[in-house]
Write a protein that binds this ligand. Structure first.
Ligand code: ZN
Length: 411
């Protein structure tokens, strides 16, 4: 099919030429063909991969099988005599430096790069099948690429932080992510969600950086606020809308919906309507796609006074965060609290009473340009990353994936 000269040129294996091509139909991954390309070194002078000095003295040669990018419908396996030179400067045998494959790797650089790019978009398993590589090989490539590309973070100029927790394995263990919310950059990821767990992040900051922090946005139920106050003397704690609304959904909407369904025990049809309305009630009205869903929601609310009340108060609660003027936000809060307490709906009153002590942290958002959607966005993205790979028993790898997903938009 290809002559050897043409394939040598096309392959770009600098310092080698093709001496033999062996086509094996059906022997590749998933019934594809496999082509085995035998290479031979052409350069007399080798460069030491450790110190860069050159030599012509071959110490030994080992035959390596190295995978390359697939060629059309063929998996490509290179048979490469890998030489070690005797390096005077290093005082021993050293591997020859090659442009197209890193030392001791079984895949070429370009295959590594292709795998790394695909791993940003697809689960490991699919990337493995796409290139006909073993799952653990793909994972190792992706992890090494991330270690190289996800660099150290620059914390100078950081004024704001966002902190959030997420579940590691089915909710058994937790981890914490710390972000710069304005440029959407993940600064740190660590196991645990206690005060002690996040301490290493703050301990590593210089005093100047800690003094510069003006506000930290977080869930009001998190344990982080005391740690923030201990390290960042000028920081205000700001409670995040997304978490408060999520809590409202669980503690108020779900509770009232279940109570209403139980109350309608006699009316099977109405009961079923209320029972199955969870999604409808928790969704933002703007996100209801069809007019049929809108009508269903309207009918549901019209028929249930309690559901109507908690639904309207949910929408009004969100308005607290949309108001940037503090006096106005405060009077909105007072009106909201009064309506909650006068509703006679027990779960709602309980929620309002519990929320009250956090008021200053809720109103604090008026003084800072913090978008409350940042933590929600990161939270959702972490879930997607978690679904995409099953390699996250390896925490270090999982944390690298999270950092790579939020490199910051100012770079
Ligand atoms: Zn050397």
């Amino acid at each position: 099919m290809f002559d050897r000269k043409m394939l040598t040129k096309l392959g770009g294996w600098t310092g080698y030429r093709v001496v033999d091509v062996d086509y094996r139909p059906g022997e590749g991954w998933g019934g594809r063909g496999k082509v085995i390309i035998r290479l031979e070194p052409t350069r007399k002078r080798m460069r030491c991969n450790r110190c860069g000095s050159t030599s012509t003295q071959v110490h030994d040669t080992a035959i390596r099988r190295i995978r390359d990018l697939p060629m059309f419908d063929w998996d490509v396996v290179l048979i490469v005599p890998r030489r070690r030179q005797w390096c005077e400067r290093c005082g021993g045998p050293q591997l020859e430096d090659l442009e197209w494959v890193r030392p001791y790797r079984r895949v070429t650089r370009r295959l590594e790069e292709a795998v790394g790019r695909l791993c940003q978009m697809m689960p490991l398993k699919q990337v493995a099948a796409f290139y006909g590589l073993a799952w653990h090989t793909v994972k190792a490539i992706d992890k090494q690429m991330l270690e190289r590309t996800v660099g150290t973070v620059d914390l100078t100029g950081v004024r704001y932080l966002g902190m959030d927790e997420f579940a590691l394995h089915k909710g058994h263990r937790y981890a914490t992510v710390i972000v710069e919310p304005l440029r959407r950059e993940v600064l740190w990821v660590g196991a645990g969600h206690s005060r002690e767990a996040v301490r290493p992040f703050f301990a590593a900051l210089s005093e100047q950086v800690r003094r510069n922090i003006r506000a930290v946005v977080m869930d009001m139920n998190a344990a982080y606020d005391l740690e923030v106050r201990a390290w960042c003397p000028n920081a205000e704690v700001v409670y995040d809308l997304f978490h408060v609304v999520a809590k409202y959904g669980r503690e108020v909407m779900d509770r009232v919906r279940v109570d209403e369904a139980n109350r309608l025990r006699q009316d099977k049809r109405a009961r079923q309507v209320v029972k199955s309305s969870r999604w409808l009630l928790l969704r933002n009205r703007e996100n209801l796609k069809t007019s049929e869903q809108q009508v269903r929601l309207d009918e549901l609310l019209a028929a249930n006074e309690s559901l109507m009340t908690v639904y309207v108060l949910k929408e009004d609660l969100k308005e607290l965060w949309r108001t940037r003027e503090e006096t106005e936000a405060r009077s909105r809060w007072e009106a909201w609290y009064r309506r909650a307490m006068e509703s006679g709906i027990e779960p709602l009153m309980r929620f309002a009473r519990r929320l009250k002590p956090y008021l200053s942290g809720i109103l604090a958002h008026c003084r800072h340009p913090l978008h409350t959607s940042v933590l929600e966005g990161i939270n959702n993205r972490i879930k997607v990353i978690k679904r995409m790979a099953y390699g996250f028993r390896d925490e270090a790898y999982f944390f690298l994936k999270i950092r790579a997903a939020f490199p910051g938009n100012l770079r």
